[in-house]
Design a protein around this ligand. Structure first.
Ligand SMILES: Nc1ncnc2c1ncn2[C@@H]1O[C@H](COP(=O)(O)OP(=O)(O)OP(=O)(O)O)[C@@H](O)[C@H]1O
Ligand SMILES: [Mg+2]
Length: 332
């Protein structure tokens, strides 16, 4: 028995690029997710980090079965996720929930908080009989730190942090096993971010949840993550335990991202060498040959253009997709 709740193998999601008056001609594909493999262990948080456009949300959408994959496979509790239909798919839709970035646009402004949080019960009435729903919604509001008396208020009557709590309460309604958090705190003030992160941590312990936690920035996921996957242009370039990734990063991209993480101590800040990445992220329609990071990498050699580096264990205890992987601490 493995204790992986989700296993993803070689997952691919390409979007056609269409042109012409009726968008009839496909001229290429956005390779949003391009061969991603990882396991999500029961009860853990896997942080997924990378710059804008690297495919994080697309990965989330495919895992939620909101978008069909172009290739690859994934299992949920050992069963093929993408083959599920009927009752099994309905169960999957209870077991995996998502919390989105923007609490301003993801909540229907014309619905009361009670209706928003209780809506999953309308779709899955088997979870809560009608008479019990109002009580369940109040309990959920209480669990996420909102006043249950505010059940008849509308989203605009809440602050950003409170709205994200509404989104979390809704995600919890069906007692899921996995929550995919797609940048749930990126739109919030820094002081509020910490409160929402703490809430997510508490809920994980209380309900035994597993999280896929997506963020731009390595500093956001550190506190909550047991393991971290670093993505670049549709691929995972390095994956390991929180300690491995932050203390022994071996991929130049991870090292560059880490060197940009704010260091609170001014003395340590002075000692740190900030790695500035040159140029922009290349287009995912036509990614560089070989290693996708090579066009911005200070270590790149001929082999990097010729041969794609596999994501394998190299110099450290965790896998890294770099021909010249080298253990280097960038944060003192
Ligand atoms: N429905 C779609 N049709 C076509 N292209 C898409 C679609 N969704 C995403 N893409 C493209 O796929 C790539 C990955 O996008 P995605 O939203 O997954 O990135 P992301 O890592 O979540 O970025 P961000 O940090 O900005 O949220 C981008 O180039 C994006 O333009
Ligand atoms: Mg995104």
């Amino acid at each position: 028995m493995t204790d992986n709740i989700i296993e993803v193998r070689d997952l691919v999601k390409h979007f056609p690029v269409r042109v012409g008056v009726l968008f009839k001609h496909t001229v290429g594909h956005v390779r949003a997710v391009d061969g991603v493999s990882f396991d999500l262990r029961r009860g853990e948080t896997l942080g997924v980090v990378g710059e804008s456009g690297c495919g994080k949300s697309t990965l989330a959408q495919v895992l939620m079965r909101l978008e069909p994959p172009t290739g690859g496979s994934a299992t949920f509790e050992g069963r093929d996720m993408f083959a599920m239909k009927g009752a099994e798919l309905r169960k999957l839709r209870r077991d995996i929930q998502i919390v989105l970035q923007d609490p301003y646009t993801s909540l229907n402004p014309r619905m009361t908080v009670g209706d928003i949080v209780g809506e999953p019960f309308e779709i899955h009435p088997e979870v809560a009989p009608k008479g019990s729903r109002a009580k369940k919604v109040r309990d959920l509001l209480d669990v996420v730190g909102l006043n249950p008396e505010h059940i008849n208020r509308y989203p605009h009557q809440f602050s950003g942090g409170q709205r994200q709590r509404i989104g979390i309460a809704r995600a919890l309604a069906l007692r899921p096993k996995v929550i995919v958090c797609d940048e749930p705190v990126s739109a919030l003030d820094v002081s509020i971010q910490a409160q929402v992160m703490n809430l997510l941590g508490d809920l994980q312990t209380e309900f035994g949840l597993s999280y896929v936690f997506i963020a731009h920035d390595l500093s956001v996921v550190r506190h909550l993550s047991d393991r971290v996957a670093v993505m670049y242009l549709g691929k995972i370039v390095e994956i390991g335990t929180e300690q491995e990734i932050y203390e022994h990063p071996t991929h130049p991209y991870t090292q560059a991202l880490l060197s940009a993480v704010p260091v609170p101590d001014p003395e340590l800040r002075g000692q740190r060498k900030v790695i500035r990445l040159e140029g922009d992220v290349p287009s995912p329609v036509d990614p560089p040959s070989g290693c996708r990071f090579r066009t911005r990498c200070w270590k790149a050699q001929d082999i990097c253009a010729e041969e794609e580096p596999a994501l394998i264990t190299r110099v450290a205890a965790h896998p890294s997709a770099c021909h010249f992987a080298e253990e280097k601490s960038v944060v003192p």
